[in-house]
Design a protein around this ligand. Structure first.
Ligand code: HEM
Length: 144
């Protein structure tokens, strides 16, 4: 069980870094109006969405194996959770599921248009919002 939590903790760093890079790259592309290059822009955005999906899947396993996930709710009930338990058992998972869905929407939408600016816009907007949501609900105090 500790291995899967450690994995969730390490991949979080990779996933957040790659999505941040993809967001900054897309914002730059949108603002400069440059061409969307598949070998660079598409690959970076794909790496971002792939890392987030991997992190999401590991998160689901963590949720049902860690004492700070579903077990906390089963034991204490939603009303019995203190702020720290509420963060890991409720706020972090729910917010991140929505955030991962938004990043996926950004990725899918960019594929549906051939317009360079629209591609960058879709990625910058959805990856940016997803990233902000996730960063707002990381259990920073316990991240090691
Ligand atoms: C893709 C977005 C996600 C990121 C970046 C992320 C990141 C993190 C980080 C940095 C921690 C603290 C790790 C540590 O203690 O060292 C954590 C803990 C946790 N995460 Fe996630 N997570 C994500 C998605 C999810 C999802 C979707 C779920 C559940 C469905 C989840 C469930 C949990 C739980 C239960 C803990 C507490 C584990 C424990 O300390 O026992 N996470 N997450």
């Amino acid at each position: 069980m500790n291995t899967i939590i450690s994995l969730h903790s390490y991949i979080a760093f990779l996933a957040l870094s790659v999505v941040l890079l993809a967001f900054v790259n897309a914002l730059n592309g949108f603002l400069t109006g440059r061409e969307f290059i598949d070998s660079r822009d598409r690959k970076l955005s794909l790496a971002g969405v792939a890392f987030f999906h991997l992190q999401f899947l590991i998160g689901v396993v963590v949720y049902f194996t860690s004492a700070k996930g579903f077990h906390a709710i089963a034991e204490l009930g939603i009303g019995g959770l203190n702020a720290a338990a509420r963060l890991t058992a409720l706020e972090h998972p729910v917010t991140n599921i929505i955030a991962v869905a938004l990043v996926t929407v950004g990725w899918s939408r960019h594929k549906k248009t051939s317009d360079n600016k629209a591609k960058f816009k879709s990625i910058a907007l959805f990856y940016g919002i997803g990233l902000l949501m996730i960063l707002s609900r990381i259990p920073w105090g316990q991240w090691s």
